[in-house]
Design a protein. Structure first.
Length: 790
């Protein structure tokens, strides 16, 4: 396709799809026209893929996820179709700014963080590999909230990406299911019959996901909740207009908003409804599709693999048993076995407060038949394993992790360390009973988005050095290693980074009005704000560094810019305080005439996928400083290493594997190991002891306690200080010295810029294993028993 063809297609869409005269088109009109022109190119490969899947009788993979954090889709599609230059030229002809067009697209923020972004990377890899697959989720009207700061405090505003037409989706009025809630179970007949007393319609919206070079495209099918009867005419005729619209409003609530919290359960009936809503509609769709080609439901595992992304879709176990047993008439044992053969479960966290548990009462009132089936599944498990006391129901609650485990043929963790801890801790007993069930699949990230499109400078250098075969075979980055000795290559590598940093400095100046020096070290921590991720460790170290500079301003300090971004769950008070603290410290430090040559702090608001794409390519130092044993994997850590940032980190999650691969000498390790963390917690007054041993820490805590950064409100951070001096569950104090000292090693290392560049380039060259293509192949081979259809 030439740029003239693309231009003609856009003009046609502008005129005939949107009724706009090019003379009066806004950026948004151009973006929509380009999106449709590009979408047209995806439809044929998409149909082809579906035809090939049917014709070849291929097994299909179904990825059920409450979250898909896909971000912008236009650039992804353009890059995967190889149309980047074509589109750029077409807009040059039209005299329209192409970058502005791309940046006009709102982020589809249908997720909170790592779990949702992982699902999005997996979709890209499944299509690139040509594995027949569907993503299933919820079409939230409002994605993750928009964050802004008012006087340094986080303020949340609703996000409304669907206010404007969504260019990528196709509504499927023919694919709709009625989903029930509540009611009772009639057991008088041969089969139990569930009679719900509330119904909503699940309506499907499909987004094609095209893989690298357009060889294959899969479908992301998102469900939207609609009322069975749109409108109550009787109330309307009585003049009760609000009442008339009530059924619609009630049904719609189910797909209205994404719960803005990935680590604590709100215990809300609505959340359970959302979970059942999308799981039940997806499974009905799966069974319908299977039965359109096959008739033996017992053989379903040969053609169907269903992955549960965390426990959010855990109701899939009982629901599939219900469909096969109650509705299709399979004996319970056969139904259970067929369901287990299809289902597998990924665990993404061991934090007790994040492991879903639902009160039996709530479950029984919303899903009475499922509660019965859960009891039966639990009993069957107990009977098969006599003398064992592990159960899915305990203390009046249904434990969704245990239920998922019992109903899955494979259960996986997301990094080697995390999988090991799963076996030793939460699932120890179940692992003893089913020693082959738990497997590891270390997370990965898509190189299409996280290197090729977000870091064009570095990508060009890689292309020029080793060709472009790395994009779908990322381990080929290792071929860069032999070039690292070459001065020319190292300089070009450094220049790619420097240019990304200049671009970020411009962005920070324009959006925040803060001047940062592109030659300073860019030290970046971006992720959800959580105590276990320890943004407060980072800011305490920053305060200590600031004090050190103040005391000795004439020393030759290594200039740094500390960059933070991330959202806190709206109800998580401590996390919001950490945000406020960082902003307060930033205000004071950035205005300090003595230190500001050496130290700047920037907290960028409204962290999302697009902001990550801007920040990661410009990073020198990646902060991965969680308390060991708490971060299941991390995926940001991989993106940074791939883009040539060095990591300062603990032995947690996938940091362990990153360090093994990039080499210990190219990674700044600090802090306690997971077993040391467990032991340290038993030491009486561990925090007090650590504070007594570190004057830097004592002073930094003293500063926030005495209101140094909050003259207007000296009490503001007393409780943070109190927490640190007291329980300090996440061991900020105990790890502080090790972190502070390691940061000084980082300073020294950065001064030898050539050596630093060499380490950075080695990080890129040795990160190929962290491609989500590798991860997906692992799932295909070890869990799904699925093959590429290409
Ligand atoms: C997250 N879990 C983990 O906290 C991350 O370490 C991991 O990289 C991602 O999953 C993806 O595996 C969650 O978001 C949740 F919801 F489980 F807490």
């Amino acid at each position: 396709m030439t740029h003239a063809d693309l231009r003609a297609d856009m003009l046609r869409h502008l005129t005939y799809s949107f009724g706009k005269d090019p003379e009066h088109a806004h950026i948004r009109d151009w973006r929509m026209a380009l999106s449709l022109a590009v979408r047209d190119r995806i439809v044929d490969p998409w149909f082809d893929a579906t035809r090939k899947t049917y014709a070849g009788g291929h097994k299909r993979v179904y990825y059920l996820s409450m979250e898909f954090l896909i971000g912008r889709l236009l650039e992804d599609a353009i890059v995967n179709l190889g149309l980047l230059e074509t589109a750029r030229d077409a807009f040059a002809d039209l005299g329209v700014d192409f970058t502005e067009v791309l940046e006009n697209e709102p982020d589809a923020a249908l997720g909170n963080g790592g779990l949702g972004r992982l699902a999005a990377c997996f979709l890209d890899s499944l299509s690139t590999i040509g594995c027949p697959a569907y993503g299933y989720g919820i079409r939230y009207e409002h994605g993750l909230f928009r964050q802004s700061f008012v006087d340094g405090r986080q303020v949340e505003e609703p996000e409304d990406w669907l206010l404007q037409p969504h260019a990528w989706e196709f509504q499927r009025p023919e694919a709709a299911f009625e989903i029930g809630f509540g009611g009772s179970v009639d057991e008088s007949g041969r089969r139990a019959v569930w009679r719900p007393d509330e119904m909503v319609v699940a309506a499907a919206y499909d987004t094609p996901i095209v893989g690298w070079q357009g060889r294959w495209a899969n479908t992301l099918r998102l469900w939207s909740a609609k009322p069975v009867r749109a409108f109550d005419l009787e109330s309307f005729n009585r003049g009760d207009y609000v009442g008339a619209a009530a059924p619609e409003a009630l049904a719609r609530t189910i797909s209205r908003v994404l719960y803005p919290d990935d680590t604590t359960e709100q215990g809300k009936a609505l959340r359970l409804k959302q979970e059942y809503f999308f799981t039940a509609s997806s499974l009905r769709d799966v069974v319908r599709r299977y039965l359109s080609e096959h008739d033996d439901l017992r053989a379903m595992p040969e053609k169907v693999a269903i992955q549960l992304n965390d426990t959010h879709p855990a109701i899939a176990g009982p629901e599939l048993v219900r469909l096969l047993h109650d509705e299709k008439g399979l004996p319970f044992e056969d139904a259970e076995q067929a369901a287990r053969g299809c289902l597998s479960y990924t665990n993404h966290t061991l934090m007790p407060e994040a492991l879903e548990r639902w009160p039996e009462e709530l479950m029984a009132s919303l899903l009475p038949r499922h509660m019965q089936l859960i009891e039966r599944i639990d009993q069957a498990h107990a009977k098969a394993n006599p003398g064992r006391k592990v159960t899915a129901i305990e203390d009046g609650e249904v434990k969704m992790g245990e239920l998922s485990f019992m109903m899955a043929h494979k259960v996986n963790g997301v990094s080697a360390l995390h999988t090991g801890l799963m076996k030793e801790t939460v699932f120890a007993e179940l692992n003893r009973l089913h020693p082959d069930r738990i497997v590891n699949q270390t997370n990965g990230v898509t190189p299409r988005r996280w290197l090729l499109s977000s870091n064009p400078g570095l990508s060009r250098l890689i292309d020029d050095t080793i060709g472009n075969g790395w994009v779908d075979d990322l381990e080929r980055l290792s071929e860069l290693e032999s070039h690292i000795e070459d001065n020319g290559f190292r300089e070009a590598f450094a220049e790619a980074k420097a240019s990304n940093k200049r671009e970020l400095a411009r962005f920070v100046r324009e959006t925040e009005g803060v001047e940062i020096d592109p030659d300073a070290m860019f030290d970046i921590q971006i992720k959800r704000i959580h105590e276990y991720k320890r943004q407060h460790l980072n800011i305490l170290e920053t305060i200590a560094y600031w004090r050190a500079i103040q005391e000795n301003p004439d020393r030759d300090w290594t200039p740094r810019v500390k960059i933070f971004a991330g959202k806190a769950a709206p109800g998580y008070v401590f996390a919001k305080k950490i945000i406020h603290l960082v902003n307060d410290v930033a205000r004071m430090v950035n205005d300090d005439p003595v230190t500001s040559r050496f130290l700047k702090i920037v907290y960028l608001p409204n962290y999302n996928v697009s902001l990550a794409e801007r920040l990661i390519p410009a990073a020198d130092l990646s902060e991965q400083i969680s308390t060991a044993g708490k971060e299941a994997s991390g995926t940001g850590n991989m993106k940074f290493a791939l883009n040539g940032a060095l990591t300062i980190g603990t032995l947690d999650g996938a940091n362990v594997e990153i360090r093994e691969r990039v080499g210990a000498e190219n990674f700044f390790l600090f802090g306690m190991t997971a077993p040391e963390v467990v032991a340290r917690r038993t030491v009486a007054n561990h925090a007090e002891k650590a504070i007594a041993e570190s004057p830097e820490l004592a002073r930094a805590i003293g500063d926030i306690e005495d209101g140094v950064f909050t003259m207007d409100d000296p009490e503001r951070y007393r409780d943070i200080a109190q927490n640190l001096r007291g329980a300090d569950y996440f061991l900020v104090c105990s790890d502080f010295s090790s972190y502070y000292d390691k940061q000084r090693e980082v300073d020294a290392a950065y001064r030898n810029r050539d050596e630093w560049n060499q380490k950075a380039a080695l990080n890129t060259a040795r990160s190929g294993w962290f491609s989500s293509d590798r991860t997906i192949r692992g799932y295909m081979n070890d869990i799904w028993m699925a093959r590429s259809a290409l």
